[in-house]
Design a protein around this ligand. Structure first.
Ligand code: ATP
Ligand code: MG
Length: 308
């Protein structure tokens, strides 16, 4: 487990104005890494991930049994920052029946004909489950801020600052509603450097097994890097709240991003202090009756010994 104090450096303090340049993209430059010692960081990260898997599996079982809360994990990032890999690594230890992943792509005509939160509302996790949004309603204040022409019918062609403020307000109100109703929300921005994105794109181009991952659209979006960083800064500043905080995770080293996200998620779920449901006195009597029968005190329930 990483000390909670060290994890705080990745949290966007509510009410602050985010400057992404002040957040590391390379884990080895962070205080957390310095404390662990540079040489051991990679091994330590895999230990943390392995520990988190065990703790997360136990936490998820408790979440399911107590049936009082749900968990919503939101992942946003530039292309090739490793959203898919992070989700896969963090959730690899968890019972697949207890979690659902939704990847949001360009909205359909039907989705554009509804309010912008509609398609995400339909995908929210039920009580007892972990829901993961691979991209989310934050796209509606990010990609469409860079490309307002993608806002869809009935929306302004030149949205002003007020338009985005209202969307932030809608998002904050939506998240307030969810958290009041038992949803734990954790938001992760995987913070990649432009240089590392270039390296990963080149790797996709140079390795035939990775060609399928390369998309020309990703190159086009890279041209808008500055606009995206600005849109992220504005979104993180306006929507990191105590109830639904943003974490800026250094993403240039995949092993570090996986360990940091796994540890943050696990600790937050365990902090809910969920309990297994208490059994009523009537139910306790039934349990005792069942035990007595299975312990063969009831001849009607005796079991033949297995064949030799
Ligand atoms: P990967 O490339 O790893 O498979 P991805 O999440 O990048 O995963 P893509 O199909 O490449 O998936 O891209 C999805 C695209 O949909 C992104 O460019 C994203 O910005 C866009 N998108 C998602 N939500 C919206 C939205 N609400 N409005 C407009 N575009 C959106
Ligand atoms: Mg993509």
């Amino acid at each position: 487990m990483i000390k909670p104090k060290l994890l705080e450096q990745f949290l966007v303090e509510p009410g602050t104005t985010v400057n992404l340049k002040h957040f590391a993209t390379d884990w080895t430059e962070t205080e957390a890494a310095r404390e662990l010692g540079k040489d051991v960081t990679k091994e330590r990260a895999s230990e943390i991930l392995a520990e988190s898997h065990k703790r997360l599996d136990a936490a998820q079982e408790r979440l399911y049994a107590s049936d009082t809360h749900s968990v919503l994990l939101i992942f946003q990032a530039m292309d090739a920052a490793g959203k898919d890999g992070t989700i896969r690594h963090v959730m690899s230890g968890v019972n697949p029946q207890g979690c659902q992943v939704y990847s949001f792509k360009k909205p359909s005509t039907e989705e554009l004909d509804h309010n912008f939160l509609w398609r995400y509302m339909k995908a929210l996790p039920e009580r007892g489950r972990i829901g993961i949004f691979n991209r989310s309603y934050y796209e509606d204040v990010l990609v469409v801020k860079v490309h307002p022409e993608w806002l869809g019918p009935g929306q302004p062609t030149h949205p002003d600052a007020k338009f985005w403020e209202k969307r932030f307000e809608d998002i904050n109100n939506f998240e307030k509603h969810l958290t009041r109703n038992g949803t734990l929300i954790l938001k992760f921005f995987l913070h990649l450097s432009k240089g590392e994105q270039k390296r990963r794109f080149l790797e996709r181009l140079n390795n035939p097994e990775k060609h399928w991952k390369f998309s020309e659209a990703d190159m086009a979006e890279r041209e808008h890097w500055k606009d995206y960083q600005k849109a992220f800064e504005e979104a993180l500043s306006a929507t990191s709240t105590k109830r639904a905080p943003w974490h800026v995770i250094p993403a240039d080293r995949k092993y570090a991003a996986h360990a940091l996200v796994a540890d943050t998620v696990t600790t937050a779920i365990l902090n809910l202090d969920l309990e297994y449901p208490k059994v009523s006195p009537e139910k306790m009597v039934k349990l005792e009756e069942a035990r007595a029968r299975l312990e063969n005190k009831d001849p009607a329930d005796s079991v033949e010994p297995p064949p030799a």
